[in-house]
Write a protein that binds this ligand. Structure first.
Ligand code: F6R
Length: 362
C-alpha cells in the first residue's frame, strides 16, 4: 500500500527509516542524489573534444528536452545579468528562424537519442551554425563522430534529470571557449561547497526534525505543490515541477514573480486553493520590489492555500543560489516519492512513449 492514508507520525518514521526508504527506492536514487556534488566536481573538468576556441556567437541556442534542457535554463538564469549575448533554450524539433551562421548551437541529449534534439542538430548543420554536442552516446554521439564535431562526453548510466551536473557545467566551458564568461572560477568553487553542505543537510541520514527536504515532503502530503520563484529562481520553480513529476509522479504547478501577480494570483480565490500547497523559492539577493511582492502574496493568498512553505537559496553568487534550491527540490521530490510509495527512478510512461515513437512514424 502507498502512504496516502498514513498519519503524520508514521510518515516521519518512514523517512527516518533506511529500510523503509530502501523498499521504495529500489534503484538507489538516493545514492545518485548524494553523489550530486561529486558529479558536479567531475563535470567542471569536462571539456569539448576536439576543443575550441569557438567564434564568439551572436546568440547561443541550447537545444534539448526535459532533463537535458534543464542545464540550459540554469545557464540562461546565471547569464541574464552578466552576458551581452542572448541564450535561448530551444525545446522542440528544428531551430528557430534566427539560427544561422553566427549562432552557436549546443545540442544536449544525455541519451543521444532524443528525436527533437537530433532534429535541432541536423538543422544546425544545414544552416551553418557552429554546433557542439553534449551527450553520453546514441545517435548524437554518432553524428558528432561522423562530422568531427566538438563533443562533451559525460559518463552514462544515469537518468538524464539526475545528470544535471554533467549537463550544466560543460556549458560554462563551451561558452568560455567562445569568449563568453558566465560564471567565474571562484563562483564555481562556492557552488560546489554549497552543494556539499546541501548533501549533508538533506540526505537520508539527516533526521526529519533537522531535514528541510523531508519536512517539506511531509508538509506537502496529498496537496498539489505550486512553486513560485522570483526573477532568478523562477527557472528553479520549473525544475521543481519537472522533478516532482518524474520522481514523485505528481502534478505540480510553477510560476514566476512578478508575472504571476498579474494573472495566476486570481486562481487562489477559487475553491481548489485549499488542495494546493504554496512553495516560495526565496533568494536573499532578490530585489526589494520582489521581496515586497512575496510578502504581499503571503498576506493575500497564504490564507486560502492549504499550506505555505518558504525556502531560501544558499550561497552568494547566482550559480550557488540556484543549485542550492535545485538540490532541495531534488531531495524533496525524492522523499515525496518515498511517502507515496513510488519508485523515484523509473519513468515508465515516458519510456513507453519513446518506445512507440521509435517503433513507428512520429
Ligand atoms: C529522464 C528525463 C527526461 C529526458 C528527456 C530527454 O530522466 O529527465 O526528461 O531528459 O526525455 O532525453 P535525453 O535527456 O536523453 O535527451
Amino acid at each position: 500500500m502507498g502512504t496516502h492514508d498514513q498519519p503524520e507520525r508514521e510518515r516521519a518514521v518512514t523517512l527516518d527509516d533506511p529500510a523503509a526508504i530502501a523498499r521504495v527506492d529500489t534503484h538507489r536514487t538516493r545514492e545518485v542524489l548524494a553523489a550530486f556534488p561529486a558529479q558536479c566536481r567531475q563535470a567542471v573538468a569536462l571539456r569539448p573534444e576536439p576543443g575550441g576556441p569557438f567564434v564568439r556567437p551572436r546568440t547561443v541556442i541550447v537545444a534539448g528536452m526535459g532533463g537535458s534542457a534543464a542545464g540550459g535554463d540554469l545557464l540562461a538564469a546565471c547569464a541574464s545579468e552578466r552576458l551581452d549575448v542572448p541564450i535561448l533554450v530551444h525545446r522542440g524539433y528544428g531551430l528557430p528562424a534566427l539560427a544561422g551562421q553566427r549562432e552557436l548551437v549546443v545540442a544536449v541529449s544525455y541519451s543521444g537519442d532524443t528525436a527533437e534534439t537530433l532534429s535541432a542538430a541536423q538543422a544546425a548543420l544545414e544552416r551553418g551554425c557552429a554546433l557542439v554536442a553534449v551527450t553520453a552516446g546514441g545517435r548524437l554521439a554518432a553524428l558528432a563522430a561522423a562530422r568531427n564535431l566538438p563533443r562533451v562526453t559525460p559518463p552514462g548510466q544515469l537518468m538524464p534529470r539526475m545528470a544535471l551536473g554533467y549537463l550544466f557545467f560543460p556549458l560554462l566551458a563551451i561558452l568560455k571557449a567562445a569568449e563568453l564568461t558566465v560564471v567565474k572560477d571562484g563562483e564555481v568553487d562556492e557552488a560546489l561547497e554549497v552543494l556539499d553542505a546541501q548533501a549533508d543537510a538533506l540526505g537520508p541520514a539527516r533526521p526529519t526534525v533537522a531535514n528541510e527536504a523531508k519536512r517539506l515532503a511531509q508538509a506537502l502530503g496529498e496537496r498539489l505543490p505550486v512553486i513560485y520563484g522570483g526573477p532568478l529562481t523562477g527557472a528553479v520553480a520549473y525544475r521543481w515541477k519537472t522533478d516532482l513529476a518524474e520522481n514523485a509522479k505528481t502534478f505540480a504547478a510553477a510560476g514566476t514573480l512578478p508575472e504571476m501577480n498579474h494573472n495566476e494570483i486570481e486562481a487562489w480565490g477559487g475553491p481548489l486553493a485549499r488542495e494546493r500547497h504554496l512553495i516560495f523559492l526565496r533568494d536573499h539577493e532578490e530585489p526589494s520590489e520582489i521581496a515586497r511582492r512575496f510578502a504581499l502574496l503571503r498576506e493575500l493568498i497564504g490564507g486560502t492555500a492549504g499550506g505555505t512553505s518558504e525556502v531560501w537559496a544558499r550561497g552568494t553568487a547566482s550559480v550557488a543560489r540556484l543549485l542550492s534550491l535545485i538540490a532541495l527540490g531534488q531531495w524533496t521530490s525524492f522523499y515525496l516519492a518515498v511517502l507515496r510509495g513510488v519508485d523515484p527512478w523509473s519513468v515508465p510512461t515516458l519510456d513507453a512513449l519513446k518506445a512507440r515513437l521509435h517503433g513507428g512514424p512520429p
